[in-house]
Design a protein around this ligand. Structure first.
Ligand SMILES: Nc1ncnc2c1ncn2[C@@H]1O[C@H](COP(=O)(O)OP(=O)(O)OP(=O)(O)O)[C@@H](O)[C@H]1O
Length: 646
């Protein structure tokens, strides 16, 4: 090996970003979060005063129904408290009227005070009861809200596990799932917002009743006067929501970037790759995009609110002018005029609360729609398969199989036909991207064919009950999950066998995980997770042994091993392949590996190229034939047997 001495000047030249580094291709793709659904944008455009008036009762009903299902006593308590609070408000307004009338009546001051005190007491009692009810409302809402969100999240989890795996390949699905996730999180706001709305309606009803009793013209006039502000508020809420909606993808990008920059998995690469400035710069770019959109929305919202306030102010002047006119022309007593002032303020505040709260609950309602629509449809990808329950398959047959991923431009597999029987090991080999993993997923029924068929003992995988079928599949994928669970649960996957720990230890002995388990501080009880989750960490190869143990522990008819020894040391790898024939005695085994020495263990080898099977046969047959397998074998074999110069 030649070592070049790097001087200071060389290093400076390397570190200085040259023209190439600075250059950004004009047609380079920009990182963006793709929403192909557009449904929320359409829905958000419909936030108008008329739609709001139509939709609000439905949303309040929905929030009450949800609350009722989760905690009916809390829901009932909230409704009763709000109704009582409204009644107290009406009582308070009447007490104001009584107090003012008594104070302005004839007679000496003591007599007037004496006449006013019952109303003052009533006023104090009404105010006291209202604030006590307010405390109860906050208590019940904060009890109910989080419960509703947790319930919504649970139902979302359930729905997600019931969709086809292919759903994850469709961009629309990810977006709907994210939206539903946000909907579940926000469901708890519905309680508070529903309560605010009911409180506003109760105040409005109380104030309106008093105002109408004072003079019938006042209420319609006030309603008219509040209209401009209501329209402006709803408009501003729509603008803000749309801006948030459009920036939603960018917010998501930020959280993805934050995760990549901060998470431990890439911390070494961020440093060694000197990527910090570059990544933070990307983050800043996206932040600036969001800030620009926020500023635009804030400016538009402020303009709308200002116009609404000016129009509303002028209209309010008309209302107050009317009160003065009624007073001046003797059509209203001074006591009633005083009450009217309070009632007008109450009704005005309630109307503004109704509109602002209405806009908020409409927005929450849109998020909730995302959640409930996702639950109904599971993002449009709910599994709709047969109900036949399979036993361990004796033969899995693939006939003229074609498979194309959602939105992909080309087929990943084309015209593939072969079979694999119980007791047989079939190996899939080929270049990266030739379709091996995809084919294994089709054999396991994780994907269904686009055309052609995959059958288990003659039954197409689409006709089988998916969960029953997967209980017959033991899969070691290239990227296996590292569950933050105990070592035992990581192996049994929540399905312990009758043999209990004896079976677990037996599977460990076959995979080589026995050496891993003995070194764990609490054996099978040790939680396998990062330190900060209270667990003990494993190395990459140790995790792969655990992943293999899972498959060996499961009594399944189909064993799929996708690069099962990529992280194992030579001894560990030898152990797996030496034991494979014994494991295959009762199962059909599909093995994917780039280490061609290992495929000698297979009964048959299928060579894939660009989604097609270009060769098949036994190891000696394929080595003897001209073709891709011999090319790959010769290249690998020559390299492996080549002795490095010392
Ligand atoms: N989720 C996906 N969505 C769209 N295309 C995909 C997806 N997964 C794989 N592909 C494409 O399908 C083709 C086959 O991929 P597959 O993972 O089956 O290859 P492979 O032979 O297992 O590769 P490797 O040896 O690298 O594991 C590739 O062209 C790949 O880009």
């Amino acid at each position: 090996m030649r070592i070049r001495r790097v001087g200071v000047a060389d290093r400076a030249a390397e570190e200085k970003p040259g023209p190439v580094a600075d250059e950004v291709a004009a047609d380079a793709e920009e990182l963006q979060y793709v929403d192909r659904t557009g449904s929320r944008e359409r829905a958000a455009r419909q936030i108008r005063l008329v739609d709001m008036a139509r939709r609000l009762p439905q949303l309040v009903r929905r929030s009450v129904a949800l609350a009722w299902r989760i905690d009916r006593w809390a829901a009932l308590g909230l409704l009763v408290c709000q109704a009582a609070s409204g009644a107290m408000q009406a009582l308070g307004l009447l007490a104001v009227s009584g107090t003012i009338t008594a104070l302005l009546s004839g007679g000496d001051i003591y007599g007037r005070l004496l006449g006013a005190w019952p109303s003052v007491v009533l006023l104090a009692v009404a105010a006291g009861v209202r604030s006590a009810l307010g405390i109860v409302v906050v208590w019940l809402s904060s009890r109910l809200g989080p419960q509703m969100s947790r319930e919504a999240e649970l139902r979302l989890l359930q729905a997600v596990t019931e969709v086809e795996l292919s759903a994850y390949d469709a961009p629309g699905f990810t977006h709907r799932k994210e939206a539903a996730d946000r909907g579940a999180e926000i469901v708890q706001d519905l309680v508070g917002e529903g309560q605010d709305l009911i409180a506003s309606v109760a105040s409005l009803a109380a104030g309106a009743a008093v105002l109408t009793a004072l003079h019938p013209a006042l209420l319609p006039l006030l309603a008219l006067a509040s209209l401009p502000q209501a329209v402006a508020q709803v408009g501003a809420a729509r603008v803000r929501y749309l801006a948030r909606l459009r920036a939603g993808g960018d917010y998501r990008l930020l959280s993805i970037l934050r995760w990549h920059v901060c998470d431990r998995y890439a911390a070494d690469q961020v440093r060694a790759g000197t990527m910090a400035d570059f990544l933070v710069g990307r983050y800043r770019q996206i932040t600036e995009r969001i800030n620009r959109a926020d500023r635009r929305a804030a400016n538009t919202g402020a303009r709308m609110s200002a116009v609404g306030a000016v129009c509303g102010g002028l209209a309010s002047a008309v209302v107050w002018g009317t009160v003065v006119w009624l007073l001046a022309t003797g059509r209203m007593s001074v006591g009633h005029a005083g009450t009217a002032v309070f009632a007008l303020q109450t009704v005005g505040t309630a109307l503004r609360g109704l509109v602002a709260g209405g806009a908020r609950i409409m927005r929450t309602g849109l998020y909730m729609d995302d959640w409930s629509e996702f639950l109904t449809e599971a993002g449009g990808f709910r599994m709709r398969r047969g109900t036949l329950v399979p036993t361990a398959p004796r033969e899995i047959r693939v006939e003229d199989l074609v498979f194309r991923y959602e939105e992909a431009a080309h087929d990943a597999l084309r015209g593939v036909s072969f079979d694999v029987r119980r007791g047989e090991v079939v190996a899939l080999v080929g270049y990266n991207g030739s379709g091996k993993t995809t084919l294994a997923k089709l054999l396991s029924g994780l994907y269904l064919p686009t055309t052609g068929a995959v059958t288990w003992d003659g039954v197409p995988t689409g006709d089988l009950d998916p969960h029953a079928m997967w209980s017959q599949v033991a899969l070691v994928p290239q990227e296996y999950a590292r569950w933050p669970l105990s070592a035992r649960e990581n192996i049994t996957l929540g399905r312990p066998t009758e043999g209990g720990d004896a079976d677990v230890h037996d599977a460990c002995a076959r995979s080589g995980a026995d050496e891993v388990i003995t070194e764990l501080r609490s054996g099978l009880d040790t939680v396998l997770a990062r330190d900060w989750l209270g667990g003990q960490e494993l190395s990459g190869g140790q995790w792969q042994r655990i992943a293999l143990t899972r498959a060996f522990h499961r009594s399944a008819g189909l064993l799929v091993l996708d690069e099962p020894t990529s992280a194992l040391d030579p001894l560990g790898e030898h152990r797996i392949f030496a034991g494979l024939r014994r494991i295959a005695a009762t199962r059909a085994v599909v093995l994917i590996t780039h280490r061609l020495t290992n495929v000698a263990v297979a009964d048959r080898i299928l060579v894939l190229d660009k989604g097609r099977v270009v060769q098949q046969g036994t190891f000696p047959e394929l080595v003897a034939q001209d073709g891709l397998f011999r090319e790959l074998w010769t290249y690998q074999h020559t390299r492996e047997t080549h002795q490095p110069e010392l």
